[in-house]
Design a protein around this ligand. Structure first.
Ligand code: F6R
Length: 232
């Protein structure tokens, strides 16, 4: 596990966007898996800035999103679809057909998750970007999630319901699906992440802290700022 400590959220976002741009320069049809939330927002802003300067071309990349609320309407401002289009996809030259999102309107979550797994199997993820929940979740793999879990419908943990102000369930890539990615980068910023980061780095590999399964991946880099690293 590689750990990169940075000063603050701005440095974390700078570094992460630089890594993504470098990976796209190396492989123009990079397959990248993306999270939502606060952690990647600065990174997405930087990517848009660099795109406008002509420093990066997204026309051949493919994306998969990590998760989506369920049920949620496509144009609901709470949906992760809305977040992604609003904060990134509408502002760069990614092709619509290369964007993959879990469908929060599906009538058959089982079919939808199977279809998503199948698409990922055909387009293996080169670069997986993750945030981490204060309870150690990755994607919506909440405490108790199994290492061999695949994309599926899950219940949100009570603290996630409270923090995210969302009462329903979610569709999420599984731990197994995430661990299959060739490279994984986890972002953690701020004091509220310090306990989860400490447990991830120093604790046992334990399903009660799903992020700890990442320790079993050879290609994991944590980018953490001073506050998130404050208990190490
Ligand atoms: C979101 C996701 C979640 C978040 C996590 C941290 O797509 O997969 O695991 O990454 O809840 O959220 P923020 O970044 O808002 O602190």
């Amino acid at each position: 596990m590689k750990i990169i400590k940075v000063k603050d959220y701005n440095e974390l976002s700078d570094l992460t966007s630089k890594i993504i741009i470098k990976e796209i320069a190396k492989k123009s049809n990079l397959v990248i898996s993306l999270p939502t939330g606060k952690s990647p927002l600065g990174t997405y802003k930087n990517l848009i800035k660099e795109y406008k300067k002509g420093k990066v071309d997204f026309s051949r990349i493919k994306t998969f999103n990590l998760d989506e609320y369920y049920p949620v309407k496509k144009n609901d401002i709470k949906s992760y679809r809305y977040y992604m289009f609003n904060n990134l996809f509408n502002k760069i030259n990614i092709k619509k057909e290369n964007i993959h999102l879990l469908d929060g309107t599906t009538k058959s979550p089982i079919k939808e998750c199977k279809y998503y797994e199948e698409k990922i199997r055909k387009n293996p993820i080169d670069l997986q970007i993750l945030g981490i929940g204060v309870n150690g979740h990755i994607g919506f793999n909440e405490p108790g999630s199994e290492k061999n879990s695949k994309t599926r419908l899950v219940n949100l943990a009570p603290e996630t319901v409270k923090r995210n102000k969302y009462l329903g369930k979610a569709l999420t890539m599984g731990i197994y699906t995430i661990l299959k990615s060739k490279k994984i980068i986890l972002l953690a910023s701020g004091k509220e992440k310090a306990v989860a980061v400490k447990d991830l780095i120093l604790g046992d590999v334990d399903k009660n802290l799903p992020a700890s399964f990442l320790r079993e991946s050879k290609n994991i880099t944590l980018i953490i700022d001073k506050q998130a690293a404050s208990l190490l």
